[in-house]
Design a protein. Structure first.
Ligand SMILES: C[S@@+](CC[C@H](N)C(=O)[O-])C[C@H]1O[C@@H](n2cnc3c(N)ncnc32)[C@H](O)[C@@H]1O
Length: 555
């Protein structure tokens, strides 16, 4: 997202924001689309104005990630002839677009399309002169959107803004990715400059300079598609099935038929056809984006499965168009940070070969507690390579490879989460929480820079008091990175010593604290301290675990 100008090169806008078209119209259109029936007149239903997708809503729809779709305009033959008129049209659009865009939250796709990736209909839009003209003429844009009083008087409180993380210009309109105080990065939202006008000191001088810089407009010459978050969300809700999504399909004949009709008859008569055309274009684009999204999700799924040995991990997003959460470096073991020196010596190992021994390796560490891995309060000592144990008394719950099937999926309100894809027994080992092994000092430095990292940091406190090291799972991590918080969790952590016999470096293993049925989300308690509700209410993050016993906030 950093090099905006490059991204906007060779792009024009196809604004498919028809959020103002009522849901009933989608339903009607969808059924017409799938059944190939002539569309009805829906003009009466299209008068609602675009609702402001305001600053969070932090708890719903997760993050409003804006990611740019780059696609090369492939019409070829008439591109050079069109340049002047396109620029004219773009100018016209730009005159009105800042008014329009400021009330719409946008979600655009992250993908660099090469020609072969387009589906036939998408290619049709790109190559068909009529569709292109229609799109370019900006008729899809609702330039007359009236702001409600509430929308007019809704300046952002600078105090709530933690950081402006990124900045893009779409048709001369500035969008800022805002990280909100006390909200993790996952809830950062894109906001329009108009809304942020009073906060120029936060936006920085270079951003102010760009605001009046009309040369950015000239860089737009291609196809840039923007789907409103609201539209995507509506479509996903409408067409979600038990196994995923079944978006409707549209044929080139449907589209041609509509193009044939949009300029026939009085202005009034043309309206319903234009509205339906908007919907069709939206659906076609959505199908194309969905196709790309599924490819990306699959690709990441394959990568992490290769790295995860015996785990069977699915990656699903049936909530929105976000691609895989591949910002982490997937690792199934600890990565050692700077100043963490670990001896690889495995000098000791238990000599005991008796059956049902409960001590074994326990004896070798200055600790006589028995090994009860179902109880979170007790540490587990597993046998190591040097142990003489036989298969009868070898303790290797965590080392034994598990055949767990889980899914990393987009949840309703908490971003990505993890759910069970098979029944999980109480006490079953789930996974090691992996990440970078850092010193306590290092963690303090990191937290000073970014307090939200605390959600990914776990102390290696084998007795809840003493610890020298922290596991930071924010960058290097396995699927446990995506496990969300619940006030009534179904997983608990357990410290397990395997090959590192340094008592300060146990493995943090997650076990099921009760039976977990297929489809249920796996959760832990991020905040183990109990009587700090008052502090949490002031500084904490609103909890969305939906449990009766929910404390309302965590951290
Ligand atoms: C360790 S991450 C978990 C993975 C995360 N959901 C994601 O999409 O990457 C913690 C973040 O998940 C979200 N989260 C986890 N549990 C939550 C809860 N109970 N209520 C609200 N948000 C939650 C918050 O955004 C939090 O900052």
């Amino acid at each position: 997202m950093s090099d905006t100008s490059e991204k906007l090169q060779e792009q024009v806008v196809l604004n498919l924001d028809f959020a103002e078209v009522a849901q009933s119209q989608h339903e009607a259109i969808s059924s017409q689309v799938t059944n190939n029936i002539e569309p009805e007149d829906h003009s009466q239903k299209s008068t609602n104005c675009t609702t402001k997708q305001n600053k969070p809503e932090k708890n719903s729809e997760a993050s409003t990630s804006i990611v740019a779709l780059h696609s090369r305009h492939t019409s070829g033959t008439n591109e050079s002839n069109d340049i002047d008129s396109k620029e004219e049209i773009l100018e016209q659009i730009d005159n009105g677009i800042s008014e329009t865009l400021r009330d719409t939250a946008f979600l655009t796709m992250s993908a660099i399309l090469n020609d072969t990736d387009h589906d036939a209909l998408y290619n049709f839009i790109l190559s068909d002169e009529r569709s292109l003209k229609y799109i370019l003429s900006g008729k899809v844009l609702n330039l007359e959107t009236e702001l409600t009083d509430c929308q007019k008087h809704n300046p952002y409180d600078p105090e709530e803004i933690d950081e402006i993380v990124d900045h893009v210009i779409i048709f001369g309109v500035h969008f800022y990715l805002v990280k909100w105080k006390n909200w993790s990065k996952g809830f950062s939202t894109w906001e329009c400059f108009n809304e942020m006008r009073n906060l120029q000191h936060l936006l920085g001088d270079n951003v102010k300079d760009k605001t009046n810089d009309s040369k950015h407009l000239k860089e737009i010459n291609g196809m840039h598609i923007i789907l409103s978050r609201r539209f995507v969300s509506k479509m996903f809700n409408l067409f979600r099935t038990k196994d995923g999504l079944a978006l409707p399909t549209i044929s080139t004949e449907d589209l041609s038929g509509l193009f044939d009709r949009i300029n026939i008859g009085s202005e009034m008569k043309q309206i319903p056809f234009k509205l339906n055309l908007n919907s069709y274009l939206g659906v076609i684009s959505l199908n194309c984006f969905r196709h790309l999204q599924l490819q990306e999700l699959k690709q990441w799924e394959i990568t992490i499965n290769v790295l995860s040995n015996s785990y069977n991990i699915k990656v699903e997003n049936n909530k929105d168009l976000e691609g895989p959460p591949n910002t982490i470096v997937y690792t199934t073991r600890y990565i050692h940070g700077e100043n963490v020196n670990i001896s690889n010596d495995l000098a000791i190992g238990c000599k005991c070969t008796c059956k049902n021994c409960t001590k074994c390796c326990n004896d070798k560490i200055d600790n006589s507690r028995p090994c009860i891995f179902k109880d979170s309060s007790c540490p587990v000592f597993e046998c190591i390579k040097n142990c003489k144990s036989t298969t009868d008394n070898y303790i290797d719950v965590v080392q034994l490879s598990t055949t767990l099937s889980i899914s990393i999926y987009k949840t309703e309100k908490c971003g990505w989460g993890v759910k069970a894809s098979r029944f999980i027994r109480q006490g079953e080992f789930i996974a090691i929480y992996t990440g970078k092994l850092i010193t306590v000092e290092e963690s303090k430095t990191r937290l000073k820079e970014d307090a939200s990292l605390s959600e990914y940091m776990w102390n290696l406190d084998f007795d809840k008091r003493n610890y020298d090291y922290i596991i930071d799972g924010s960058k290097y991590a396995n699927f446990t990175h995506f496990i969300n918080h619940s006030c009534k969790p179904n997983l608990h952590f357990c410290t397990v010593w395997i090959n590192y016999l340094d008592k300060f470096i146990p493995q943090l293993a997650l076990f099921a604290s009760r039976c977990i049925f297929i489809g249920k989300q796996l959760t832990v308690n991020y905040f183990l301290g109990s009587n700090e509700n008052k502090i949490m209410k002031k500084t904490g993050i609103r909890c969305q675990c939906n449990k009766k016993s929910c404390k309302g906030y965590y951290f």
